[in-house]
Write a protein that binds this ligand. Structure first.
Ligand code: SAH
Ligand code: SF4
Ligand code: F3S
Length: 447
């Protein structure tokens, strides 16, 4: 391996990025790779031949943060063999733990927070001089403006586009307001420019991202534009066929956005709207600032606008002081709402958050609740998926399927669908009748 460490000026250096956490980290990793492209790096799929390893990390639960340290431990051998290898930590663990990371893992050369990664090339240059680099500022300047325009390469037919970052909600369990900072929206014209660029490169579906994406209010002319306004602007882009957005907060679900679900054809009938708990007592202690009834009423209004909408949610069980009765309130809410997709977690104590000081639910009890909750959600998911059989949907092909002449892509409702279509190409949108429901996917035939 040692003989590979010498690079000539014409040879590109290799960057290996590993991404943890939410879709915003996926987007950020792409942007970091592009930024490092300007500094002479190309990406590689293997840490073994990398000149720089970057972990883009997540701090949301204890396990997520611990994973970073064990992963770093694994790179120790590599660094010993290859002293020029640079190791960097980005993302939410970088923001939350800063210098502590270098103290725990002295071989780390660079720590960069989610709002400072436009400075990555300068930081990398510093590490080349043998100096460690740390930047966890929330700078005044807009990192997206400092980053290079995204390269002109042909792209996959789907893409993420961050339009909003940060969170002002301060749920009692959550680190995001601390790691991502206050709510900020990108200006409308910049989002539209990026969207047009993506479409020119073959993108047909864009998922707008934000920690509270429906709190979006981007500068537009002399005023402000809501997320619904932005969606209607995107709707005008020829070649862009599908629009999605995530993650939304129930309190920011404004009338114009609900209405758009009924009137904008490009806006897909899928909504991720986390509720976390069905108990009013727990919702209050979580500082969610909505209650069970207001959430259910909101769902009714959204379903009136778009009756076939597929709803997705997030749930936490075992939040401090959650009783069996509180848990049953969550189970009842799930039965009332019916979710087509769901993510559920056992409460994890996060240092520095208000709930961290409170008494924990017995871990065995919390595990048991999580199992019961997941059994119910799994059954609902399966029932809703099975109910697609016989229906017609549009499928955007993302890649070839496992079988010869088969393509696989997502339906409007975000179900994975396999279709026998020897003439099918990546990026095609085909009308398909669903004929089969398997474990995690559907089978369809061309109409
Ligand atoms: N902004 C989104 C999602 C934030 S993080 C929202 O408001 O819903 C994604 C999910 O992780 C959350 O919805 C929550 O269900 C879960 N989560 C956040 N902090 C957690 C913690 N301390 N323990 C367990 N789950 C947590
Ligand atoms: Fe975290 Fe709550 Fe903000 Fe979502 S709304 S990111 S759960 S603090
Ligand atoms: Fe994790 Fe940060 Fe996303 S904590 S969920 S990577 S915003």
């Amino acid at each position: 391996m040692a003989e590979n460490t010498t690079t000539t000026t014409t040879e590109k250096k290799k960057l290996f990025i590993k991404t943890y956490g939410c879709q915003m980290n996926v987007y950020d990793s792409e942007r970091m790779a592009e930024a490092m492209g300007g500094a002479g790096y190309e990406t590689t799929d293997s840490p073994d031949d990398a000149d720089m390893i970057l972990l883009n990390t997540c701090h949301i639960r204890e396990k997520a943060a611990e994973k970073v340290y064990s992963e770093l431990g694994r790179f120790k051998g590599l660094k010993a063999e290859k002293p020029d290898l640079k190791i960097g930590v980005a993302g939410c663990v970088a923001q939350a733990e800063g210098e502590e990371i270098m103290r725990r893992q002295p071989m780390v050369d660079l720590v960069v927070g989610p709002q400072a990664y436009h400075r990555l090339p300068e930081m990398e240059a510093k590490t080349q001089e043998g100096v460690k680099a740390l930047d966890t500022d929330f700078p005044e300047e807009d990192k997206f403006e400092k980053l290079k325009r995204r390269p002109k390469a042909k792209r996959a037919p789907t893409a993420f586009l961050t339009v909003q970052e940060g969170c002002d909600k301060f749920c009692a369990f959550c680190v995001v307001p601390y790691t991502r900072g206050a709510e900020v929206s990108r200006p409308v014209d910049r989002v539209l420019t990026e969207a047009r660029d993506l479409v020119e490169r073959g993108v047909r579906e864009i998922t707008l991202l934000g920690q509270n994406v429906n709190a979006y209010h981007g500068v537009h002319g002399g005023g402000d534009m809501t997320l619904a306004g932005l969606i209607w602007e995107l709707d005008k882009i020829d070649g862009l066929e599908r629009i999605r957005f995530t993650t939304s907060h129930p309190n920011d679900m404004m009338d114009d956005l609900i209405e758009a679900h009924g009137t904008c054809d490009k806006l897909m009938p899928y909504l991720h709207l986390p509720v976390q708990s069905g108990s009013n007592k727990i919702l209050k202690r979580m500082n969610r600032s909505h209650d069970r009834d207001s959430y259910i009423k909101l769902i009714e209004r959204i379903r009136t606008a778009r009756p076939d909408l597929l709803l997705s949610g997030d749930f936490i069980v075992g939040f401090p002081e959650e009783t069996e009765e509180d848990f049953q309130d969550t189970m009842d809410l799930i039965k009332e709402v019916r979710y087509g997709q769901a993510y559920s977690f056992k409460y994890s104590t996060r240092p520095g958050t208000p709930a961290a000081e409170r008494p924990l639910v017995d871990p065995a009890e919390a595990n048991d609740r999580l199992q019961r909750l997941q059994a119910l959600l799994g059954q609902q998911q399966k029932d809703i998926q099975d109910s697609m059989v016989g229906k017609e949907v549009n499928v955007l092909y993302e890649k070839p399927g496992r079988l010869e002449g088969q393509m696989v892509g997502k339906s409007d409702y975000l179900h994975a669908v396999y279709v026998a279509d020897p003439a099918g190409k990546i990026g095609d949108i085909k009308r398909v009748r669903i004929v089969e429901s398997a474990a995690n996917s559907l089978g369809g035939v061309l109409i």
